[in-house]
Design a protein around this ligand. Structure first.
Ligand code: SF4
Length: 238
């Protein structure tokens, strides 16, 4: 059976440190965002940590929600692409084909999670950074849509390595950059077709929920609710 990749995001563990964001940018050659790009809403970040405030001052609490492409099983971005530049592969990934993209941006407009980014500019890095770019990842040029790939380059490398060594278990150690960098293990990645994987177990956790569930996009990313001890009901004693 083919692997089906998915991720569980535990909101209760996320501290909002943004290590996942930096790791993703470094792994996937994301262009450097300057103030002007943020101000023009043209900054690119495959994973972001949305921040919410809950409660009223002085009892305010910060809540963090790491958000990336949800790799939806019923993805709204796919049917609107006129050139099939985004499609679903046999491993549950929502794939983006850069050299097929003609830049209509229909997919980004149809994504309810705002997880897709358009290259309005040709990326430029300081010369000293050139040797730091990841050679396994294409540098996207102006006019191309991009988004989280679940670090597909790592998936492909691990798949090849597992095949070469005959060690099928090796693939279960695979992690995308964000999950690898997270200091609190809030991001758990794995094979949903393996019932014994940690991510499969978390998908059946009592705290599990789906973002924008009413839209029926069937994401391959599930979230685990925050546990707020102060808001928890008093235990009932018999
Ligand atoms: S690295 Fe982990 S704890 Fe830090 S913001 Fe990302 S998900 Fe949250």
């Amino acid at each position: 059976m083919a692997n089906k990749w998915g991720m569980a995001v535990d909101i209760d563990r996320c501290t909002g440190c943004q290590a996942c964001v930096i790791a993703c940018m470094s792994e996937n050659n994301i262009p450097i965002n300057l103030d002007e790009h943020f101000n023009n809403r043209r900054a690119i970040s495959w994973i972001r940590v949305d921040r919410y405030w809950e409660g009223e001052y002085p009892h305010v609490k910060a809540r963090f929600l790491p958000l990336l492409c949800q790799h939806c099983g019923n993805a709204p971005c796919e049917p609107v692409c006129p050139v099939y530049a985004t499609f679903h592969n046999d491993q549950g990934l929502n794939v983006q084909v850069y050299n097929r993209c003609v830049g209509t941006r229909y997919c980004a407009n149809n994504c309810p999670f705002h997880a897709r980014f358009f290259n309005y500019r040709r990326p430029v890095w300081p010369e000293t950074y050139n040797n730091y770019l990841n050679e396994d990842v294409t540098v996207r040029d102006r006019g191309v849509m991009e988004k989280c790939s679940f670090c597909v380059q790592r998936i492909n490398r691990a798949t090849r390595e597992a095949k070469r060594t005959g060690d099928e278990e090796f693939i279960n150690t695979l992690q995308p950059a964000c999950a690898q960098a997270c200091p609190t293990d809030a991001l758990v990645f794995g094979n949903l077709n393996n019932p014994n994987s940690q991510v499969s177990t978390l998908f059946h956790d009592d705290r599990e929920y789906t973002l924008q569930e009413s839209l029926g996009t069937e994401p391959n990313i599930r979230y685990l609710k925050k546990v707020d001890k102060e808001a928890a009901p008093e235990p009932v004693h018999a």
